[in-house]
Structures are given as structure tokens and as C-alpha cells.
Design a protein around this ligand. Structure first.
Ligand code: NAI
Length: 342
């Protein structure tokens, strides 16, 4: 099988150190991936480039795959989020966040296995905000039939391919009758007409949040619009041990960007204690995606090998501090590498 070319955006804050960890583990596992490193966000500005440099965008368009570390976004001012820009520019309309219990990462729950599918391009993240009058600002929530149908199709196709049983759409259509109403109408139709074999139900988002923290094991795939999906991803990350243990992907028809759910963790930068696991898990998710989309069973086996190695490290008590262990980034990386061959 040929080498797969992947754009690596280390990001800023803890990004470069966790990206280096993933590089080392992939190299040790001899994964058939060639990295093409590019910058974005704060790291791009530091190099005198645009926040979202054209060469970074073009590289992702060309290679169609990227692994991205966290990129800081100023709150309430400054430049627009790199993540939002990437999703919009590359039309990465489906965000996928698997949330699964990990060995020895003890939480209130065992056997959580939820996949969150989030519509990534519309809703309140459309970036349409303005000051109507002095002291009155407005943000527009956008929903189009095209995008609602597209994400519903994507979610049901994904559920079918992954042999998942049920999709729960969460919404607030009792209040936002037009926007959220359209979202669930599209999901209902796609289910009824094309995927009646997948179980489908709906929940109002606030009640859904309560039910999910009462018993997350009752949920399988969640389908949400943009803002609810964003909030729900972090809520669910908390069910399995936090932001350091959840991978993510943003997928479109012409490309996919894999990333950890967590941010740049400015409070721990330079301390050598960042947990690389979420980015590593995102890297593994990318290899699984390559294996499926490009029919490359070898890379599928390499994904499995890395997954087994980090699970074994955790079972052996080799954990970073955020998970209650004592290892720093480098020591955890070595712990995974030393378990790659069983
Ligand atoms: P954050 O995820 O960076 O940090 C929240 C808490 O989790 C902190 O205590 C941090 O130390 C800890 N944490 C996060 N990742 C960790 C890891 N891998 N290992 C150990 N501990 C970890 O969230 P925060 O503070 O809200 O955001 C910081 C910056 O990151 C902001 O500029 C924000 O915009 C950006 N951000 C970027 C994201 C991305 O690029 N995908 C996602 C979320 C936030």
C-alpha cells in the first residue's frame, strides 16, 4: 500500500509537545504516514503569517487529511477561531466525537460508548453577528434544509457502516420551531425513508443532558446541531475522564481533519505534563478512517497496534497526572512505545 500523506498542524500551547509525542509513536509503529507540517493560529502569527495561512489550507485540500493540535482563540475579541475557519473553508460538515470508557480511567460510569455527531457549519456558529442598536447585539442562528439533510444522511450512513443500533437527535424545537424544527424534520425523514432499520428517537436537549448524566450507557449515537454538539462533546468527555482522553474528527466530502477535543491548556504549557492521549487517539481514529476509506488493511492493523499499546500502558498504571498518574508527556510516550509489540 502507498504512503499516506497527512498535514500535521501542531497548534500552540501544549500542541507542539503532544504532536511530537504522536509523531514518535507513529514512527515507532512504522505507520505508513508521511507528515507535512504546517502552522495555523497563534503559531502562524508568530511566524509572520496569516492566522489561517493559504499554504496550510492548500496543503489540506491537496492531501485531504490533517491531524491538528489545539489552537488558541482569543475570547470576545481578536481573530476568528482557527477551528471554525477550517471547518467552514474546507466544508468539514460532520464532527465526530467518540466517547468511550478507557481501562483504569475511573469515573462514575463504566461501559460508556457514545458517538456524538455534530453539524459543523451552521447554527449559531455561522458568524453572523451585529450590533442592532448601541447596547443591543444579535447573533443569527442559521439552518438550511441542505445542511440538515446532509448531516442526517451522514449520521445514518455512519451508524450503518459501524453497525451501531440507535441515533438520538437532540434539539430545542419546542422553542426554536423553525431552525431546530427543520433539523429534526430532516433527521426523521432520512430515518423513515432510507434507514428504518436503525432505531431513532428524539429528546429535548435540556432533558437529554439530564438523562445522559443519569445513565450514559443508555445512549448510542447522538445527532446534534452545532452549538448543542459542541457543549455535549465536552459534557460527554467528562463522563469518561475529561478532555485529555477524547478524540475528534471533522469530516467533509473532500477531506478530514482529526483533532483532540481539548484546547491549548495555557495553564500547563512548558511543564512537560500534557497528556498526548487525546491527540494520539485522534491519530488512531484517522488511521481507522484511512483503512476504511482507502481499503488499506495494513494501516488498520497499525491503528489496532497503537490502540492496544496505549490501553496496555493505562492497564499497567502508566498515566499522566490529569488521569491520576505521575508520568510526564515524554515518559507516557515511551510507555506506549515500549508496549507496541505486545
Ligand atoms: P483547555 O482544554 O485548554 O483546558 C481546560 C483544562 O484542561 C485546563 O486545566 C488544562 O490544563 C486541562 N487540559 C486540557 N488538555 C489537556 C491535556 N492534553 N493534558 C492535560 N491537561 C489538559 O480549555 P481552555 O482553557 O478553555 O482553552 C484554552 C485555549 O484553547 C483557548 O484559547 C481556547 O480557545 C482554545 N481551544 C482550542 C481548541 C481546539 O483547538 N480544538 C478546543 C478548545 C479550546
Amino acid at each position: 500500500m502507498p504512503t499516506h500523506h497527512v498535514v500535521l498542524i501542531p497548534g500552540d500551547g501544549i500542541g507542539p509537545s503532544i504532536a511530537e509525542s504522536v509523531r514518535k509513536i507513529f514512527a515507532a509503529a512504522q505507520v505508513d504516514v508521511e507528515w507535512h507540517e504546517h502552522v495555523a493560529g497563534v503559531a502562524a502569527i508568530a511566524k509572520g503569517k496569516d492566522v489561517m495561512p493559504q499554504d496550510t489550507l492548500e496543503a489540506i485540500e491537496h492531501h485531504t487529511l490533517a491531524l491538528k493540535g489545539p489552537c488558541s482563540t482569543p475570547v470576545g475579541e481578536g481573530f476568528r477561531s482557527v477551528n471554525v475557519t477550517l471547518r467552514k473553508r474546507l466544508n468539514l460538515y460532520a464532527a465526530v466525537r467518540p466517547v468511550k470508557s478507557l481501562p483504569t480511567v475511573h469515573t462514575r460510569y463504566e461501559d460508556v460508548d457514545i458517538i456524538i455527531i455534530r453539524e459543523n457549519t451552521e447554527g449559531l456558529y455561522s458568524g453572523v453577528e451585529n450590533e442592532v442598536l448601541p447596547g443591543v447585539v444579535m447573533s443569527m442562528k442559521v439552518a438550511s434544509e441542505m445542511a440538515c439533510n446532509r448531516i442526517a444522511h451522514w449520521a445514518f450512513r455512519f451508524a450503518t457502516r459501524r453497525r451501531r443500533k440507535k441515533i438520538t437527535a437532540m434539539h430545542k424545537a419546542n422553542i426554536m420551531k423553525l431552525t431546530d424544527g427543520l433539523f429534526i424534520r430532516c433527521a426523521r425523514n432520512v430515518h423513515r425513508v432510507e434507514y428504518p432499520n436503525i432505531e431513532y428517537d428524539e429528546m429535548i436537549i435540556d432533558a437529554g443532558c439530564m438523562k445522559i448524566v443519569q445513565d450514559p450507557t443508555k445512549f448510542d449515537i447522538l445527532l446534534l446541531e452545532n452549538l448543542y454538539g459542541d457543549v455535549m462533546s465536552d459534557l460527554c468527555a467528562g463522563l469518561v475522564g475529561g478532555l485529555g482522553v477524547v478524540p475528534g474528527a471533522n469530516i467533509g466530502d473532500k477531506g478530514a481533519v482529526f483533532e483532540a477535543v481539548h484546547g491549548s491548556a495555557p495553564d500547563i504549557v512548558g511543564k512537560g505534563i500534557a497528556n498526548p492521549l487525546a491527540l494520539l487517539m485522534s491519530g488512531v481514529m484517522m488511521l481507522e478512517f484511512i483503512a476504511q476509506e482507502r481499503d488499506d488493511s495494513k494501516i488498520g492493523r497499525q491503528a489496532e497496534q497503537i490502540k492496544n499499546a496505549y490501553e496496555k500502558a493505562l492497564l499497567d498504571g502508566q498515566k499522566t497526572r490529569d488521569l491520576g498518574g505521575e508520568l510526564g508527556t515524554d515518559a507516557f510516550t515511551e510507555a506506549v512505545i515500549s508496549r507496541l509489540n505486545g
